[in-house]
Design a protein around this ligand. Structure first.
Ligand SMILES: [Zn+2]
Length: 303
C-alpha cells in the first residue's frame, strides 16, 4: 500500500462527485509535471489524503489502478486524455487543519516532493507522495478528531469506538491503513538492522560501545526520504550508540565522503571529550556508504 496527498482546491467537489482523480498527460508546453505523472503510480488499495484549502478533508481508497482515460464530463477539459484513478472517498466530519498541526508533521516531511512547507502551507501541484511515517501521523490526527467514544452510559454496552453508525466502514479502513503502514515500517527496519549490525562489527563506530541495548542502526538517508530499496540497504546507515545516534539523527554530527567526522558549531570544542568525539576522527567507511554519508551531510547536518 502506498499513500499520496492530492491537492485539489476547487476541483475537489467535482472530482468527489465523479469518484475519481484525473490528471492530463501533458501540459500546454508538452511537459509532464511530477505531480501529474505520479497519478500513473497509483495502484488499487492505495490511500489518498485530500487536501483542500489548508485542510485534509477526506481519505480515499483507490478502487482501481491508474489507467489512461478521457476526462469525464462535466469539465472544461472533457474528453482530453489523461490518467484516471477511481476512488472510494470517506469525507471527514472534522477536517485536519494542517498549519495548526504542522509541529507534529514537520519532522516527517520529505526533503524532496513535500506536499507541505515547513510553515504548514501547501505546495503547488496535484498529487504528492506521502511516506508511511507522515501517513501514520495523518491517520492518528484523523482518528483523534473523527472517532469518539459514545457517552459513558452507552460505553458500558459497547466498548468499541463509534463514529456515526455501527456499520460505517470508515473505522475499519483507518485501522487497516495504520496497521499496514506500521507493519511495513517494522519489517523494513528489522531487515535494515539485521544487515547493518555485522557491517560495523556490532559496536558504535565512534566510541566502541558494544552493549546491544545501547546500539542503534542509524539511517543516513532517513526512512521518509528513502526509496523502498534505500530503506533496507545496510550501507544507508551506520551503527551508533544512543548518544551518537541522537547527534547524527539531529544533524549535529556527520561524516563526509572520506568517512571523516564533522561536528556542528553548536557543540563547543571543549565539550568534544564529554561526547566522546574528536574533530576529524575518521571511520572505516566503504564505497557504498559514500553517497549516503554525503546526502546526510548535505541535507541533515546543521554545520
Ligand atoms: Zn557511541
Amino acid at each position: 500500500m502506498q499513500c499520496f496527498i492530492v491537492m485539489q482546491g476547487q476541483t475537489y467537489q467535482e472530482e468527489k462527485e465523479l469518484g475519481m482523480i484525473w490528471s492530463r498527460k501533458q501540459d500546454s508546453g508538452g511537459n509532464l509535471p511530477h505531480s501529474w505523472r505520479r497519478v500513473k503510480e497509483v495502484k488499487e488499495e492505495d490511500r489518498l489524503f485530500h487536501y483542500v484549502k489548508g485542510n485534509i478533508v477526506a481519505i480515499s481508497v483507490a478502487k482501481t489502478a491508474s489507467r489512461i482515460a478521457q476526462r469525464p464530463s462535466p469539465h472544461e477539459q472533457q474528453g482530453a486524455l489523461g490518467y484516471l484513478v477511481e476512488l472510494d472517498t470517506h469525507e471527514l466530519e472534522v477536517p485536519i487543519h494542517i498549519r495548526s498541526k504542522i509541529d507534529v508533521l514537520v519532522r516527517h516531511l520529505p526533503i524532496k516532493y513535500s506536499p507541505f512547507q515547513a510553515d504548514g502551507n501547501g505546495n503547488q501541484g496535484y498529487l504528492y507522495p506521502c511516506n508511511e511515517e507522515l501517513a501514520i501521523k495523518l491517520v492518528e490526527l484523523i482518528s483523534d478528531a473523527n472517532i469518539y467514544q459514545i457517552d459513558d452510559e452507552q460505553l458500558e454496552l459497547a466498548m468499541s469506538p463509534v463514529r456515526q453508525t455501527e456499520h460505517d466502514p470508515f473505522i475499519p479502513m483507518l485501522t487497516e491503513t495504520e496497521t499496514e503502514l506500521k507493519t511495513k515500517i517494522r519489517l523494513g527496519k528489522q531487515k535494515f538492522n539485521r544487515a547493518l549490525l555485522p557491517l560495523w562489527a556490532q559496536k558504535c563506530v565512534l566510541c566502541d560501545i558494544v552493549l546491544p541495548e545501547l546500539l542503534r542502526a542509524t539511517y543516513s538517508k532517513p526512512w521518509k526520504d528513502g526509496t523502498d530499496v534505500e530503506r533496507v540497504d545496510p550501507y544507508n546507515g551506520v551503527l551508533l550508540c544512543c548518544n551518537h545516534h541522537a547527534l547524527y539523527e539531529n544533524g549535529l554530527i556527520a561524516f563526509d565522503g572520506q568517512g571523516r567526522l564533522h561536528i556542528a558549531a553548536r557543540i563547543p570544542e571543549e565539550d568534544y571529550e564529554k561526547y566522546s568525539i574528536r574533530a576529524k576522527m575518521k571511520i572505516a567507511r566503504t564505497e557504498q556508504n559514500k553517497p549516503y554519508f554525503k546526502w546526510h551531510k548535505r541535507h541533515v547536518f546543521k554545520g
